[in-house]
Write a protein that binds this ligand. Structure first.
Ligand code: C5P
Length: 230
């Protein structure tokens, strides 16, 4: 499966998520399960989506002591999750422990890191003792993530070009804040179209509402593919 598209299932229940998933094709997109759906419904979500042949990005952004994060990563990978993530600010030993547990058990789940949450502005970083710009902090954490054995990072499409220079084209850049030409910005502020994001170096695009809230999610997905092909 080599589509860059990951559809965000930001639903409150498995039933709601499944009714959307029925109109999607596992050969043409992957699915992202986040904190709300997973906290409400648990691993049954993973089983239900995998039974429909979808690859799942479990977006739980683990951040804890190395031993605990490694155990959580092992649990996710054991359940056949395609991609999982941690916070790079958990530090080098935490990320290395996450990588080591996958190597030790021969699991090939993709392991990526979140750098700086896009909700954090310069003043928010300053308040937690980080006196560099968000962009510089993203660059530092991306390099740390790469040196600590991560397969890639979550980043905005705006950052993807800079990260391609410092971390290379193969380092995964998983990018939310994507709005196809046909859609509304919703609450996203700095948006890019799918084609712009790929041109900027994003390797995977996380897309939620433009597909999940579309009158026909299948047609929305097709329109995004057409934009990318165009
Ligand atoms: O509906 P929309 O396309 O805005 O959804 C984007 C998805 O990506 C949501 O699951 C959101 O939580 C996630 N996300 C984001 N911005 C980030 C990190 C994650 O929009 N910086």
């Amino acid at each position: 499966m080599n589509s860059p598209l990951i559809i965000a299932l930001d639903h409150a229940s498995l039933n709601e998520a499944l009714s959307l998933v029925e109109s999607l094709d596992p050969q043409r997109c992957r699915l992202k399960v986040g904190k709300e759906l997973f906290t409400r419904e648990g691993p049954a979500v993973l089983k239900a989506l995998q039974a429909r042949n979808f690859e799942v990005f479990l977006d739980l952004k683990f951040h804890d002591i190395p031993n605990t994060v490694a155990a959580a990563i092992h649990a996710a990978a054991d359940q056949g999750v395609w991609m999982v993530n941690v916070h790079a600010s958990g530090g080098r030993r935490m990320m290395e422990a996450a990588r080591e547990v996958l190597v030790k058990h021969g699991l090939n789940t993709k392991l990526i890191a979140v750098t700086v949450l896009t909700s954090m502005m310069g003043e928010d970083l300053e308040a937690i003792g980080i006196n560099v710009s968000p962009q510089e902090q993203v660059r530092r954490l991306a390099l740390l993530a790469q040196r600590s054995g991560m397969d890639g990072i979550v980043c905005s499409a705006q950052e993807a070009a800079m990260l391609k220079v410092c971390c290379g084209a193969d380092f995964l850049k998983v990018t939310p804040g994507i709005r196809p030409q046909f859609s509304q910005p919703d609450d996203q502020r700095r948006i890019m179209t799918p084609a712009q994001a790929i041109a900027n170096g994003s390797t995977h695009l996380v897309i939620g509402r433009p597909v999940t809230q579309a009158p026909s999610p299948g047609e929305a997905l097709q329109a995004i593919e057409a934009e990318l092909a165009g």
